[in-house]
Design a protein around this ligand. Sequence first.
Ligand SMILES: [Zn+2]
Length: 529
Amino acid sequence: MKETLRYAVLLCALLGPAMACAQQPSSLPALKQEAVTEVDSLQTFTQQMIDQIFSFSELGFQEFETSRYLTGILEKNGFQVERGVAGIPTAWVATYGSGNPVIAYITDIDCIPRASQKPGVAYHDPLVEGAPGHGEGHNSGMAVNVTAALVLKKLMNEHHIAGAIKIFPGVAEELLGTKAFYVRAGLFKDVDLVLGSHVWSEFSTAYGTGNGEWSGLVSVEYFFHGKAAHAAARPWEGRSALDAVELMDTGWDFRREHLRPVQRSHRVIINGGDQPNVVPSEAAVWYYFRELDYPHIRELYELGNTMADSAAKMTGTTVDRRLVGSAWPIFFNKVIAEAQQKNIESVGMPKWSEADQTLAKALQKEIGAKVEGLKEKVEPLSDPVKNPTGGGSDDVGDIAWNVPMVYLLYPANIPNLPGHSWPNAVAMATPIAHKGSTAGAKVQAMTALDFLLQPQLVQQAWDYFRNVQTKDIHYESFLAPEDKPAIEMNKEKMDKFVPQLKKFYYDPARYKTYLEQLGVPYPTVKTQP
Ligand SMILES: [Zn+2]
């Protein structure tokens, strides 16, 4: 925590009303109400951001249009933008103000391979066949955070509220590829708290390990090098790199039985050779090794390396590897989560229209999921589960072990979807995403006000961070000093698809919504559910 802030808190505590403490908590409810009204007045702006980023559909590390668009908006609104931070061309940080506390917003901006989908259509109907698409809903997060930040900026100016706002993009979150590098570059050194936001079908927040369905991970590519030969005429002269990949995979699958049940590991073969009559001299496999805590993740990583080395030995090949990404398991701050929960409850769920529910139910039916439409109720804040089971990962984990942080899950998508695929893109440029993101922006602004106006809360968040969260566990990066962000990843894929995707970029000057531009009736469903 910043010394100046601690000093201010101390002075306020000592002198109480005798001293003119810069901010009066008594005005907090009125300010929050003002924030809600301001966010409502920005609904068109929020909707346009969601639709615009949806139409860019950029994969991790290639979010060039998205970042250009966002930094443009932020600069126009008086934010200072530093580009290319942490050695990542599409990463940046936008700052407004210079006082304390410093509150940072973060949310992801990248999309999913092969998830291209027309919004508002309750069956598979890609915009561009095989192209990437926002089948995770990351197109909505910046609309939430930037809307909140602009409202906050206005309130800070009008009411002389001290503090600073920072905005970070979650670049290449799907590759778990940047946050550990952000931390290594010291981007959070002067930050007091981080308010992340992530699309979900619920309106909720969490602290600690939350529902326990989170893992940390390392993501590693193994490159095997063999010797080419005619696969029929002189196979004895060759050494197959593909054999090594297959043996590594087989070895891993046998060993899997003897790993802790909470581990998750999966792979794709990224290079399987060129053609059958050439012994593959090059082959590569890419693994995600997930576990619940740092020591176990390290153990899996080392076991993976042992498997790779052994497969190389068996096949007379060599192997080298590259760490592509890493993530600490998430752990969120109780003090911030409790404050945020009150704001979630006061904002409440968006009012869904019949059309919204029809789309949701038709999609759920189409994919064979439980048909229950959109959520109507806010989730209560629950205690973290006692025995985490593990699950997905998010590289904000690395941030959350360096600064008090929470994730706001805002209700901008349909429940019961598979994730990381086209169904998750269906609602993401429709009124469902627009309304859910407006609700999220209100909570993001209100929660920041809680901490800007009550310095003792910032202190309490740090007390929890220091005395509970990091009492026995200390952050240690998975990155070796020589590890670099995998910034060339997805370039080929985007080079291939950008010319086709460009034809579908949203033009808000001509069309009120992206649905209107695409001529998609809302909702478009096969049969009424
Ligand atoms: Zn995500």
